[in-house]
Structures are given as structure tokens and as C-alpha cells.
Design a protein around this ligand. Structure first.
Ligand SMILES: [Zn+2]
Length: 78
């Protein structure tokens, strides 16, 4: 089975990338190292079989690096 994994920025919604992957086990992706709560927050399983992963794009990473306060804002918003 092939799975589409879509990485999207959780801050601006920018699509960072999409990979097609033959899934043997989610441990291949390191997901077994995430806690259940992290997985629930970061990974969304779509009805069409795609998996959307909440990540962060370069732009937002840059602005967060320059303005670390945004990390705290993000914490409060969610
Ligand atoms: Zn972004």
C-alpha cells in the first residue's frame, strides 16, 4: 500500500512537501517515538487515505527564530 504524506505548515498553511511512501510500519517514520498526544496533534488521517502532518515551513521557522514570543502565542491559541 502506498500512502501520500503531506507536510503542511501549521502556522501559515503552506504546503511544505508531499511524499509517496510504501508503508510497512509507522515506526519507519519515527512516529512510534511520538507520544499519543503529539501524534493526535500533528498527524491527521484523511478519508482519502492521505496523511497530513503538521509541521513548520522555513519562513515561519525564520520568523519564530527571530521572534521567539510567537511560540508562546501559538501555545495560547491552541
Ligand atoms: Zn509557515
Amino acid at each position: 500500500m502506498t500512502l501520500s504524506i503531506v507536510y503542511k505548515c501549521r502556522h501559515c498553511g503552506h504546503m511544505i512537501g508531499e511524499i509517496e511512501q510504501q508503508i510497512v510500519s509507522t515506526s519507519m517514520l519515527g512516529w512510534d517515538k511520538l507520544s499519543y498526544r503529539d501524534k493526535e496533534k500533528m498527524i491527521q488521517y484523511k478519508n482519502n487515505g492521505d496523511v497530513h502532518v503538521q509541521s513548520i515551513c522555513e519562513n515561519c521557522e525564520d520568523s519564530l527564530g527571530q521572534h521567539p514570543i510567537y511560540y508562546e502565542l501559538d501555545y495560547f491559541i491552541h
